[in-house]
Design a protein around this ligand. Structure first.
Ligand SMILES: Cc1ncc(COP(=O)(O)O)c(C=O)c1O
Length: 396
């Protein structure tokens, strides 16, 4: 199915094969059938898309163990599919622990990546059998020493990234200059820190950002070795991008650049390399179906559509994740497009999904489908205004 994105892609000079565009996992015929059965709005999660993304990443980054970042979308369809394929999981909370256990993951397949855990979170995950955790400061080291003395730890280091939409080092990660001191303190406490984790940021558009990060992290490995501390694990975090209204680089080209950087900086070290991919694994696996429930011309002359999902629901990523989702109408390109405002169903004026996408003249009851809704969407939705969270359905 054509999307507005494929047109933009053709306009750029780089060959189209080196880009990924947003594609729905269902057709409009399927959308009609599904909403007749389950109602609207409806989040459709595709099992085969999850498997395809997992295999593509495994192929792109051979030898890198994939710990799916459950926070991007803890959907049972996604978790069960990845568990069946032999993936591992990154959890941050008791809720994500339960989702992972329900999907069949064993505690040994989990990495707990929250650098500042509540006692309830730490104790529950520890009691469930988790033994691999992330820290980024000395107080957390002390906490782990007291409550999880036999845990294995990764030290998270803050990294600056030029091309990411979201800076994942703004809140967490020790300074690179502090890392070896913390490793020495951990050793003195008798804690086992077996590696370093970092995050280039989320929706990192340029894979060369990994090269700069890996150079910094390699210097920490070398300094630590000079202090007699041997590190065995390199965790390259998450960050790979997904296509939304804009296309992104194809995964094979992106991974090629990351592989080269890994080879350049860690090719001579016998390290276990892991990653915590979220968005790149989940974003393209889900398509939202939403219906037009209202249409009016506002006093300023603009046409406004109200749809049955909004920024307090599945479009929450527009606020928290700074993403702009492409809205597709049936036969989109065959119909004339007009400027309009598309707003969500709550009584709040902030609940505006987009102001700058042209849509055909839509009828009340007409369905829109929204691809790339699988990351940081319903995972961060609320029930504000007494509205239900979107229903999720598994599709092939
Ligand atoms: C600790 C950690 N790991 C992995 C991820 C996943 O990042 P992404 O979805 O960009 O791959 C995040 C995102 O917030 C994170 O905080």
């Amino acid at each position: 199915m054509a999307t507005i994105l494929s047109e933009r892609c053709e306009a750029v000079s780089t060959p189209a094969w080196s880009y990924r565009t947003a594609k729905p996992v269902i057709s409009f015929d399927q959308a009609r059938e599904l909403t007749a059965e389950y109602g609207s709005p409806l989040m459709c999660v595709s099992r085969s898309a999850v498997a395809a993304n997992y295999e593509a990443l495994r192929e792109g980054l051979p030898g890198v163990e994939l710990f799916y970042a459950a926070k991007s979308n803890p959907s049972p369809t996604i978790l069960r599919t990845l568990r069946d394929l032999g993936g591992s999981i990154d959890i941050c909370s008791v809720g994500e622990l339960r989702a992972a256990l329900d999907a069949g993951f064993q505690p040994e397949q989990m990495l707990h990546t929250h650098p500042c855990k509540t006692m309830a979170n730490l104790k529950t995950c520890y009691d469930a059998g988790c033994r691999w955790f992330v820290v980024d400061n000395r107080n957390e080291l002390q906490k782990m020493k007291e409550h999880a003395p036999d845990a294995t730890l990764l030290l998270r280091v803050a990294i600056t990234s030029a091309s990411s939409l979201i800076n994942l080092s703004a809140k967490f990660g020790c300074a690179a200059s502090e890392a070896v001191d913390l490793l020495c303190e951990a050793r003195d406490l008798g804690m086992n820190v077996n590696g370093i984790s970092f995050h280039v940021g989320s929706q990192t558009l340029v894979p060369e950002d990994y090269e700069a990060a890996l150079r910094t992290i390699r210097s920490i490995f070398d300094e630590a070795a000079a202090c007699g501390i041997s590190l065995d694990v390199l965790d390259i975090g998450g960050g790979m991008p997904a296509p939304y209204r804009e296309a992104v680089m194809s995964l094979d080209v992106y991974c090629y650049v990351v592989r080269q950087a890994l080879e350049q900086h860690f090719g001579d070290l016998p390290v276990r390399i892991i990653a915590e991919p979220g968005r790149v694994m989940s974003a393209t696996t889900a398509t939202l179906i939403t219906s037009v429930i209202g249409k009016s011309v506002r006093p300023n002359g603009s046409t406004q559509y109200i749809i049955d999902d909004g920024i307090y629901g599945s479009f929450s990523g527009k606020i928290y994740d700074h993403t702009d989702f492409p809205l597709l109408a049936e036969d989109h390109h065959a119909r004339a497009g007009y400027p309009c405002v598309v707003a969500g169903p709550t009584c709040d004026s902030t609940d505006v999904v987009c102001r700058d996408q042209e849509l055909p003249d839509l009828a009340i009851g007409e369905l829109l489908i929204v691809p790339t809704m699988g990351s940081y969407t319903n995972a961060s939705a609320s029930t504000f205004n007494g509205l239900d969270l979107v229903r999720e359905v598994e599709v092939a």
